[in-house]
Ligand binder design. Structure first.
Ligand code: SF4
Length: 482
Protein backbone atom coordinates (compact mmCIF):
# COMPACT_ATOMS: atom_id res chain seq x y z
CA UNK A 1 0.00 0.00 0.00
CA UNK A 2 1.37 3.38 -0.98
CA UNK A 3 0.37 6.54 0.86
CA UNK A 4 0.87 10.25 0.38
CA UNK A 5 0.33 12.98 2.98
CA UNK A 6 -1.07 16.43 2.21
CA UNK A 7 -0.19 18.80 5.02
CA UNK A 8 -2.06 22.02 5.74
CA UNK A 9 -1.27 24.60 8.42
CA UNK A 10 1.52 25.04 10.90
CA UNK A 11 4.74 23.31 11.88
CA UNK A 12 2.83 21.18 14.40
CA UNK A 13 1.06 19.52 11.48
CA UNK A 14 4.34 18.87 9.70
CA UNK A 15 5.71 17.24 12.85
CA UNK A 16 2.47 15.25 13.30
CA UNK A 17 2.66 14.03 9.72
CA UNK A 18 6.22 12.84 10.23
CA UNK A 19 4.85 10.64 13.04
CA UNK A 20 2.01 9.30 10.91
CA UNK A 21 4.58 8.43 8.28
CA UNK A 22 6.74 6.65 10.87
CA UNK A 23 3.84 4.48 12.07
CA UNK A 24 2.70 3.55 8.57
CA UNK A 25 6.21 2.69 7.38
CA UNK A 26 6.52 0.51 10.44
CA UNK A 27 3.28 -1.27 9.46
CA UNK A 28 4.73 -2.11 6.05
CA UNK A 29 3.17 0.69 3.98
CA UNK A 30 5.37 2.72 1.64
CA UNK A 31 5.44 6.47 1.14
CA UNK A 32 5.23 8.10 -2.27
CA UNK A 33 5.98 11.72 -3.13
CA UNK A 34 3.68 11.38 -6.11
CA UNK A 35 0.06 11.82 -5.04
CA UNK A 36 -1.22 10.14 -8.23
CA UNK A 37 0.56 6.92 -7.33
CA UNK A 38 -0.88 6.77 -3.81
CA UNK A 39 -3.51 4.18 -2.79
CA UNK A 40 -4.23 6.28 0.30
CA UNK A 41 -4.11 10.08 0.52
CA UNK A 42 -3.92 11.42 4.05
CA UNK A 43 -5.09 14.98 4.80
CA UNK A 44 -3.45 16.50 7.88
CA UNK A 45 -5.71 19.52 8.28
CA UNK A 46 -5.78 22.95 9.87
CA UNK A 47 -8.72 25.00 11.09
CA UNK A 48 -7.10 28.24 12.19
CA UNK A 49 -8.84 30.09 9.34
CA UNK A 50 -11.85 29.19 7.23
CA UNK A 51 -9.56 29.43 4.18
CA UNK A 52 -7.52 26.48 5.49
CA UNK A 53 -10.66 24.31 5.65
CA UNK A 54 -11.76 25.41 2.17
CA UNK A 55 -8.41 24.33 0.75
CA UNK A 56 -8.97 20.80 2.06
CA UNK A 57 -12.45 20.60 0.56
CA UNK A 58 -11.06 21.79 -2.79
CA UNK A 59 -8.27 19.19 -2.80
CA UNK A 60 -10.62 16.34 -1.88
CA UNK A 61 -12.49 16.83 -5.15
CA UNK A 62 -9.33 16.33 -7.20
CA UNK A 63 -8.60 12.79 -6.04
CA UNK A 64 -9.24 9.66 -8.07
CA UNK A 65 -12.25 7.58 -6.99
CA UNK A 66 -9.94 4.61 -6.39
CA UNK A 67 -7.84 6.48 -3.85
CA UNK A 68 -8.78 6.03 -0.20
CA UNK A 69 -9.07 9.23 1.85
CA UNK A 70 -7.97 9.57 5.45
CA UNK A 71 -8.50 12.85 7.31
CA UNK A 72 -6.92 13.93 10.57
CA UNK A 73 -5.80 17.18 12.27
CA UNK A 74 -7.48 20.24 13.72
CA UNK A 75 -10.29 20.53 11.18
CA UNK A 76 -11.96 17.32 12.26
CA UNK A 77 -11.18 17.83 15.92
CA UNK A 78 -12.98 21.13 16.30
CA UNK A 79 -15.91 19.70 14.40
CA UNK A 80 -16.36 16.90 16.89
CA UNK A 81 -15.93 18.94 20.01
CA UNK A 82 -19.59 18.94 20.83
CA UNK A 83 -20.05 15.21 21.30
CA UNK A 84 -19.22 12.94 24.16
CA UNK A 85 -20.56 9.71 25.60
CA UNK A 86 -21.85 9.66 29.12
CA UNK A 87 -23.40 6.98 31.29
CA UNK A 88 -26.89 7.91 32.39
CA UNK A 89 -28.95 5.50 34.53
CA UNK A 90 -26.69 2.57 33.58
CA UNK A 91 -26.81 3.30 29.81
CA UNK A 92 -24.48 5.07 27.46
CA UNK A 93 -25.94 8.19 25.92
CA UNK A 94 -24.46 10.92 23.77
CA UNK A 95 -24.04 14.23 25.51
CA UNK A 96 -23.01 17.55 24.12
CA UNK A 97 -19.64 18.16 25.62
CA UNK A 98 -16.15 19.18 24.73
CA UNK A 99 -13.92 16.60 23.13
CA UNK A 100 -10.50 16.03 24.56
CA UNK A 101 -8.25 13.83 26.61
CA UNK A 102 -6.03 10.92 25.78
CA UNK A 103 -6.67 7.20 25.66
CA UNK A 104 -5.19 5.38 28.63
CA UNK A 105 -5.69 1.80 27.47
CA UNK A 106 -3.29 -0.03 25.14
CA UNK A 107 -6.18 -1.98 23.63
CA UNK A 108 -9.00 0.56 23.48
CA UNK A 109 -12.41 -0.22 22.09
CA UNK A 110 -12.61 1.40 18.68
CA UNK A 111 -15.97 2.99 18.03
CA UNK A 112 -16.63 2.92 14.35
CA UNK A 113 -19.47 3.64 12.01
CA UNK A 114 -22.72 3.49 13.83
CA UNK A 115 -24.53 4.38 16.97
CA UNK A 116 -25.43 0.66 17.24
CA UNK A 117 -21.93 0.10 18.52
CA UNK A 118 -22.60 2.68 21.18
CA UNK A 119 -25.71 0.79 22.26
CA UNK A 120 -23.64 -2.37 22.67
CA UNK A 121 -21.12 -0.73 24.92
CA UNK A 122 -21.18 -1.82 28.52
CA UNK A 123 -21.82 1.04 30.88
CA UNK A 124 -18.81 -0.12 32.91
CA UNK A 125 -16.50 0.79 30.01
CA UNK A 126 -14.43 3.86 30.78
CA UNK A 127 -14.43 6.73 28.27
CA UNK A 128 -10.61 6.81 28.50
CA UNK A 129 -10.64 3.31 26.97
CA UNK A 130 -12.77 4.20 23.98
CA UNK A 131 -11.23 5.46 20.79
CA UNK A 132 -13.60 7.39 18.56
CA UNK A 133 -13.11 7.36 14.83
CA UNK A 134 -15.18 8.13 11.77
CA UNK A 135 -18.80 9.03 12.12
CA UNK A 136 -19.44 7.76 15.59
CA UNK A 137 -19.27 11.37 16.69
CA UNK A 138 -18.57 13.52 13.72
CA UNK A 139 -21.30 15.02 11.54
CA UNK A 140 -18.55 16.20 9.22
CA UNK A 141 -17.82 12.57 8.31
CA UNK A 142 -21.35 12.17 6.90
CA UNK A 143 -21.13 15.44 4.98
CA UNK A 144 -17.89 14.50 3.26
CA UNK A 145 -18.93 10.86 2.72
CA UNK A 146 -21.96 11.97 0.73
CA UNK A 147 -19.68 13.44 -1.95
CA UNK A 148 -16.55 11.32 -1.45
CA UNK A 149 -17.48 7.66 -1.15
CA UNK A 150 -13.78 6.80 -0.88
CA UNK A 151 -13.50 8.44 2.56
CA UNK A 152 -12.20 5.63 4.75
CA UNK A 153 -10.85 7.06 7.98
CA UNK A 154 -11.34 10.21 10.03
CA UNK A 155 -9.59 10.33 13.37
CA UNK A 156 -7.92 12.53 15.98
CA UNK A 157 -4.24 13.25 15.47
CA UNK A 158 -3.63 12.33 19.10
CA UNK A 159 -4.60 8.75 18.34
CA UNK A 160 -1.76 8.27 15.84
CA UNK A 161 -0.23 5.68 18.17
CA UNK A 162 -3.33 3.53 17.65
CA UNK A 163 -3.18 3.56 13.85
CA UNK A 164 -2.18 -0.14 13.71
CA UNK A 165 -5.37 -1.07 15.60
CA UNK A 166 -7.46 1.06 13.24
CA UNK A 167 -5.78 -0.53 10.22
CA UNK A 168 -6.65 -3.97 11.51
CA UNK A 169 -10.21 -2.90 12.00
CA UNK A 170 -10.18 -1.71 8.36
CA UNK A 171 -9.02 -5.22 7.33
CA UNK A 172 -5.53 -4.17 6.26
CA UNK A 173 -3.11 -7.05 6.69
CA UNK A 174 -0.29 -5.61 8.73
CA UNK A 175 2.30 -6.71 11.21
CA UNK A 176 3.52 -4.34 13.88
CA UNK A 177 5.40 -4.20 17.11
CA UNK A 178 2.90 -4.14 19.99
CA UNK A 179 5.21 -1.73 21.81
CA UNK A 180 4.31 0.85 19.19
CA UNK A 181 0.72 0.97 20.43
CA UNK A 182 1.42 3.83 22.64
CA UNK A 183 0.94 7.48 23.33
CA UNK A 184 1.46 10.03 20.62
CA UNK A 185 4.65 11.60 21.92
CA UNK A 186 6.44 8.24 22.10
CA UNK A 187 6.37 7.76 18.34
CA UNK A 188 9.70 8.77 16.86
CA UNK A 189 9.76 9.86 13.25
CA UNK A 190 12.06 7.57 11.29
CA UNK A 191 13.35 10.47 9.25
CA UNK A 192 15.05 13.57 10.44
CA UNK A 193 12.77 16.02 8.71
CA UNK A 194 9.32 17.30 9.46
CA UNK A 195 8.47 16.66 5.79
CA UNK A 196 8.35 20.34 4.84
CA UNK A 197 11.96 21.09 4.18
CA UNK A 198 13.92 20.58 1.01
CA UNK A 199 16.75 19.09 3.04
CA UNK A 200 17.30 17.04 6.17
CA UNK A 201 19.33 19.54 8.21
CA UNK A 202 16.31 20.92 10.09
CA UNK A 203 14.21 18.83 12.46
CA UNK A 204 11.01 20.09 14.10
CA UNK A 205 10.18 18.57 17.46
CA UNK A 206 6.83 19.10 19.22
CA UNK A 207 7.41 19.50 22.95
CA UNK A 208 3.78 19.62 24.07
CA UNK A 209 0.42 19.41 22.46
CA UNK A 210 -2.90 21.24 22.56
CA UNK A 211 -3.49 24.66 24.11
CA UNK A 212 -5.85 25.86 26.77
CA UNK A 213 -5.07 29.57 26.78
CA UNK A 214 -8.46 30.20 25.14
CA UNK A 215 -7.64 33.49 23.42
CA UNK A 216 -11.10 34.71 22.51
CA UNK A 217 -10.58 34.62 18.71
CA UNK A 218 -8.80 31.28 18.48
CA UNK A 219 -10.18 27.91 17.43
CA UNK A 220 -7.12 25.90 18.54
CA UNK A 221 -8.27 25.15 22.12
CA UNK A 222 -11.46 23.64 20.70
CA UNK A 223 -9.53 21.51 18.24
CA UNK A 224 -6.65 20.59 20.49
CA UNK A 225 -7.82 20.71 24.04
CA UNK A 226 -6.04 20.37 27.38
CA UNK A 227 -2.34 21.00 27.21
CA UNK A 228 -0.05 18.04 27.61
CA UNK A 229 3.70 18.46 28.08
CA UNK A 230 6.09 15.82 26.81
CA UNK A 231 8.89 14.69 29.16
CA UNK A 232 12.25 16.46 28.77
CA UNK A 233 14.21 13.18 28.51
CA UNK A 234 12.05 12.06 25.65
CA UNK A 235 12.42 15.33 23.72
CA UNK A 236 16.20 15.32 24.23
CA UNK A 237 16.35 11.71 23.05
CA UNK A 238 14.45 12.66 19.91
CA UNK A 239 16.79 15.62 19.28
CA UNK A 240 19.79 13.28 19.68
CA UNK A 241 18.35 10.87 17.12
CA UNK A 242 17.76 13.66 14.61
CA UNK A 243 21.31 14.92 15.05
CA UNK A 244 22.71 11.40 14.60
CA UNK A 245 20.81 11.23 11.32
CA UNK A 246 22.32 14.49 10.09
CA UNK A 247 20.14 17.33 11.43
CA UNK A 248 22.07 20.40 12.54
CA UNK A 249 19.18 22.74 13.25
CA UNK A 250 16.56 21.75 15.84
CA UNK A 251 13.30 23.68 16.10
CA UNK A 252 11.15 23.08 19.20
CA UNK A 253 7.50 23.71 18.47
CA UNK A 254 4.24 24.23 20.27
CA UNK A 255 1.57 26.94 20.21
CA UNK A 256 2.86 28.29 23.55
CA UNK A 257 6.29 26.75 23.51
CA UNK A 258 7.80 28.57 26.50
CA UNK A 259 4.93 27.44 28.73
CA UNK A 260 6.51 23.99 28.99
CA UNK A 261 7.35 23.80 32.72
CA UNK A 262 10.94 22.70 32.05
CA UNK A 263 11.56 24.84 28.98
CA UNK A 264 14.84 26.44 30.09
CA UNK A 265 16.40 23.21 31.27
CA UNK A 266 15.21 21.53 28.08
CA UNK A 267 17.03 24.16 26.00
CA UNK A 268 20.13 23.79 28.15
CA UNK A 269 20.17 20.03 27.63
CA UNK A 270 19.70 20.26 23.87
CA UNK A 271 22.35 22.98 23.59
CA UNK A 272 24.86 20.50 25.01
CA UNK A 273 24.27 17.95 22.24
CA UNK A 274 27.31 17.37 20.04
CA UNK A 275 26.68 18.16 16.38
CA UNK A 276 23.98 20.77 17.02
CA UNK A 277 24.52 24.00 15.15
CA UNK A 278 21.31 25.97 15.67
CA UNK A 279 18.48 25.75 18.18
CA UNK A 280 15.22 27.64 17.60
CA UNK A 281 11.72 27.52 19.04
CA UNK A 282 8.30 28.81 18.06
CA UNK A 283 5.88 30.30 19.14
CA UNK A 284 6.30 31.66 22.65
CA UNK A 285 3.74 33.58 24.72
CA UNK A 286 4.86 36.94 26.20
CA UNK A 287 4.16 36.27 29.87
CA UNK A 288 5.90 32.89 29.96
CA UNK A 289 9.33 34.41 29.34
CA UNK A 290 11.72 34.21 32.25
CA UNK A 291 14.97 36.05 32.96
CA UNK A 292 16.75 32.71 32.60
CA UNK A 293 15.40 32.26 29.10
CA UNK A 294 16.55 35.71 28.02
CA UNK A 295 19.92 35.01 29.66
CA UNK A 296 20.26 31.92 27.46
CA UNK A 297 19.61 34.04 24.38
CA UNK A 298 22.32 36.44 25.49
CA UNK A 299 24.94 33.83 26.26
CA UNK A 300 24.37 30.74 24.12
CA UNK A 301 25.62 31.19 20.60
CA UNK A 302 23.74 28.18 19.27
CA UNK A 303 20.40 29.48 20.52
CA UNK A 304 19.34 31.62 17.56
CA UNK A 305 19.20 35.37 18.22
CA UNK A 306 15.61 35.59 17.05
CA UNK A 307 12.40 35.79 19.05
CA UNK A 308 9.04 35.50 17.34
CA UNK A 309 6.66 36.79 19.95
CA UNK A 310 2.98 37.21 18.99
CA UNK A 311 1.76 40.45 20.63
CA UNK A 312 -1.47 40.68 18.57
CA UNK A 313 -2.25 44.28 19.63
CA UNK A 314 -0.74 47.28 21.40
CA UNK A 315 -3.99 48.34 23.04
CA UNK A 316 -4.89 47.30 26.60
CA UNK A 317 -8.57 47.32 25.80
CA UNK A 318 -8.16 45.01 22.81
CA UNK A 319 -5.67 42.71 24.56
CA UNK A 320 -8.24 42.25 27.32
CA UNK A 321 -11.01 41.52 24.81
CA UNK A 322 -8.72 39.03 23.09
CA UNK A 323 -8.15 37.28 26.46
CA UNK A 324 -4.42 37.82 26.08
CA UNK A 325 -3.26 38.01 29.65
CA UNK A 326 -0.74 40.90 29.45
CA UNK A 327 -0.91 44.65 29.05
CA UNK A 328 0.61 46.92 26.44
CA UNK A 329 2.99 48.19 29.13
CA UNK A 330 4.23 44.65 29.72
CA UNK A 331 4.73 44.20 25.97
CA UNK A 332 6.81 47.40 25.81
CA UNK A 333 8.86 46.31 28.83
CA UNK A 334 9.44 42.90 27.30
CA UNK A 335 10.79 44.52 24.13
CA UNK A 336 13.04 46.76 26.28
CA UNK A 337 14.40 43.68 28.07
CA UNK A 338 15.25 41.99 24.76
CA UNK A 339 16.83 45.11 23.30
CA UNK A 340 18.92 45.57 26.45
CA UNK A 341 20.59 42.17 26.02
CA UNK A 342 24.29 42.29 25.10
CA UNK A 343 23.54 40.25 21.98
CA UNK A 344 21.46 41.65 19.11
CA UNK A 345 18.18 39.75 18.91
CA UNK A 346 15.81 40.03 15.97
CA UNK A 347 12.15 40.35 16.99
CA UNK A 348 9.16 39.38 14.85
CA UNK A 349 5.50 39.30 15.84
CA UNK A 350 1.87 38.60 14.89
CA UNK A 351 -0.73 41.38 14.88
CA UNK A 352 -4.49 41.15 14.38
CA UNK A 353 -6.12 44.28 12.92
CA UNK A 354 -9.78 45.16 13.28
CA UNK A 355 -10.51 42.92 16.23
CA UNK A 356 -14.12 43.77 17.25
CA UNK A 357 -14.19 47.11 19.02
CA UNK A 358 -10.77 48.25 17.76
CA UNK A 359 -10.99 52.05 17.45
CA UNK A 360 -8.58 54.37 15.67
CA UNK A 361 -6.93 55.02 19.05
CA UNK A 362 -6.48 51.29 19.71
CA UNK A 363 -4.96 50.84 16.26
CA UNK A 364 -2.62 53.79 16.88
CA UNK A 365 -1.51 52.11 20.12
CA UNK A 366 -0.59 49.08 18.02
CA UNK A 367 1.38 51.27 15.60
CA UNK A 368 3.24 52.76 18.58
CA UNK A 369 4.12 49.27 19.81
CA UNK A 370 5.37 48.36 16.33
CA UNK A 371 7.57 51.48 16.14
CA UNK A 372 8.94 50.68 19.59
CA UNK A 373 9.59 47.03 18.74
CA UNK A 374 11.26 47.76 15.36
CA UNK A 375 10.05 44.34 14.28
CA UNK A 376 11.81 42.65 11.39
CA UNK A 377 8.58 41.01 10.32
CA UNK A 378 4.91 41.04 11.32
CA UNK A 379 2.42 38.40 10.29
CA UNK A 380 -0.68 40.54 9.94
CA UNK A 381 -4.11 38.95 10.21
CA UNK A 382 -7.25 40.89 9.32
CA UNK A 383 -9.73 39.68 11.92
CA UNK A 384 -12.50 37.39 10.79
CA UNK A 385 -14.49 35.35 13.31
CA UNK A 386 -13.99 31.59 13.66
CA UNK A 387 -17.29 29.89 14.44
CA UNK A 388 -17.57 28.60 17.98
CA UNK A 389 -14.97 30.91 19.53
CA UNK A 390 -15.78 33.29 22.40
CA UNK A 391 -15.25 36.35 20.17
CA UNK A 392 -17.58 34.92 17.55
CA UNK A 393 -20.33 34.40 20.12
CA UNK A 394 -19.96 37.60 22.14
CA UNK A 395 -18.24 40.26 20.02
CA UNK A 396 -20.08 41.27 16.86
CA UNK A 397 -17.84 41.80 13.86
CA UNK A 398 -19.62 44.67 12.11
CA UNK A 399 -16.92 46.09 9.83
CA UNK A 400 -17.09 45.08 6.14
CA UNK A 401 -14.03 43.06 5.16
CA UNK A 402 -13.08 45.49 2.37
CA UNK A 403 -12.94 48.40 4.86
CA UNK A 404 -10.54 46.46 7.03
CA UNK A 405 -7.79 46.48 4.42
CA UNK A 406 -6.88 50.14 5.03
CA UNK A 407 -5.54 49.40 8.52
CA UNK A 408 -3.71 46.34 7.29
CA UNK A 409 -2.07 48.38 4.53
CA UNK A 410 -1.10 51.18 6.93
CA UNK A 411 0.54 48.69 9.25
CA UNK A 412 2.27 47.01 6.35
CA UNK A 413 3.67 50.34 5.10
CA UNK A 414 5.10 51.04 8.54
CA UNK A 415 6.57 47.54 8.68
CA UNK A 416 8.22 48.00 5.28
CA UNK A 417 9.94 51.19 6.46
CA UNK A 418 11.17 49.51 9.65
CA UNK A 419 12.34 46.40 7.81
CA UNK A 420 14.19 48.53 5.24
CA UNK A 421 15.95 50.49 7.99
CA UNK A 422 16.82 47.27 9.89
CA UNK A 423 18.14 45.55 6.77
CA UNK A 424 20.21 48.57 5.75
CA UNK A 425 22.23 48.12 8.95
CA UNK A 426 23.20 44.61 7.78
CA UNK A 427 24.99 45.82 4.66
CA UNK A 428 28.51 44.32 4.23
CA UNK A 429 28.03 42.20 7.34
CA UNK A 430 28.68 38.45 7.10
CA UNK A 431 26.24 35.82 8.33
CA UNK A 432 25.91 32.06 8.25
CA UNK A 433 22.99 31.21 5.99
CA UNK A 434 21.23 27.85 5.87
CA UNK A 435 20.23 27.33 2.24
CA UNK A 436 16.63 26.15 1.85
CA UNK A 437 15.86 26.49 -1.82
CA UNK A 438 17.48 26.65 -5.19
CA UNK A 439 15.77 29.37 -7.28
CA UNK A 440 16.45 30.19 -10.94
CA UNK A 441 18.77 33.12 -10.28
CA UNK A 442 19.41 32.88 -6.56
CA UNK A 443 19.66 30.42 -3.73
CA UNK A 444 17.39 31.26 -0.81
CA UNK A 445 18.11 30.78 2.86
CA UNK A 446 17.90 32.17 6.39
CA UNK A 447 20.41 33.76 8.74
CA UNK A 448 20.52 32.88 12.43
CA UNK A 449 18.30 35.98 12.93
CA UNK A 450 15.75 34.36 10.58
CA UNK A 451 16.29 37.00 7.91
CA UNK A 452 15.69 35.77 4.42
CA UNK A 453 18.69 36.12 2.10
CA UNK A 454 18.86 35.64 -1.65
CA UNK A 455 22.32 34.30 -2.29
CA UNK A 456 24.62 34.24 -5.32
CA UNK A 457 27.12 31.39 -5.42
CA UNK A 458 27.38 27.63 -5.49
CA UNK A 459 25.63 25.63 -2.79
CA UNK A 460 22.71 23.28 -2.34
CA UNK A 461 19.71 23.04 -0.02
CA UNK A 462 20.92 22.06 3.44
CA UNK A 463 24.32 23.75 3.17
CA UNK A 464 25.43 26.29 5.76
CA UNK A 465 27.38 29.00 3.91
CA UNK A 466 29.07 32.26 4.85
CA UNK A 467 27.37 35.12 3.04
CA UNK A 468 28.38 38.77 2.76
CA UNK A 469 25.34 41.05 2.44
CA UNK A 470 25.47 43.43 -0.51
CA UNK A 471 21.94 44.76 -1.05
CA UNK A 472 18.85 45.33 1.01
CA UNK A 473 15.11 45.65 0.35
CA UNK A 474 12.20 45.33 2.79
CA UNK A 475 11.99 41.79 4.22
CA UNK A 476 15.00 40.52 2.24
CA UNK A 477 18.74 40.80 1.94
CA UNK A 478 20.93 39.91 -1.02
CA UNK A 479 24.42 38.55 -0.64
CA UNK A 480 27.28 36.51 -2.02
CA UNK A 481 28.97 33.40 -0.70
CA UNK A 482 32.50 34.16 0.50
S1 SF4 B 1 -2.10 30.89 22.78
FE1 SF4 B 1 -4.09 31.74 22.14
S2 SF4 B 1 -3.81 32.13 19.94
FE2 SF4 B 1 -2.17 30.72 20.53
S3 SF4 B 1 -2.98 28.65 20.12
FE3 SF4 B 1 -3.44 29.11 22.28
S4 SF4 B 1 -5.49 30.00 22.27
FE4 SF4 B 1 -4.74 30.08 20.15
Amino acid sequence: MKFHILIFGCQMNYADSARIKAVLLHCGFSYTENINEADIVIFDTCSIKQKAEDKVTGKLKLLKKTQKIWITGCMIQHNIRNWKLKVDKGKWIMKIWNFGGSIKSKQPTILWFSTEEINHLKSSEKSSEILWVNNAFNPMFHNILQKQKNLELMRRIDDTGFLPLMLQKLWYKITYDEGLINEYEKILPEQNTSMNTTHSKTAYIPISTWCNQFCSYCIVPYARWLEKNFPVEHIVEEAKKHIQRGAEEIVLIWQIVNKHPDFVSLLQKILKLKGLRRLRYTSPYPTFYSKDLLHLHATQEKLCPHIHIPFQSGSDKILKAMHRWYTAKQAWKFIDDIQALPRKISITTDIIVWFPGETEKDFNDTLKLVRHGKFDMIYIWIYSPRPGTYADKHMPDTIPYATKHARRNKLNELLKKISLANNKKEIWSTHTVLINEQGTDFLSGYTEHMKQVLVKGKAKAGDFVQVKMSKWVPFKLYGEII
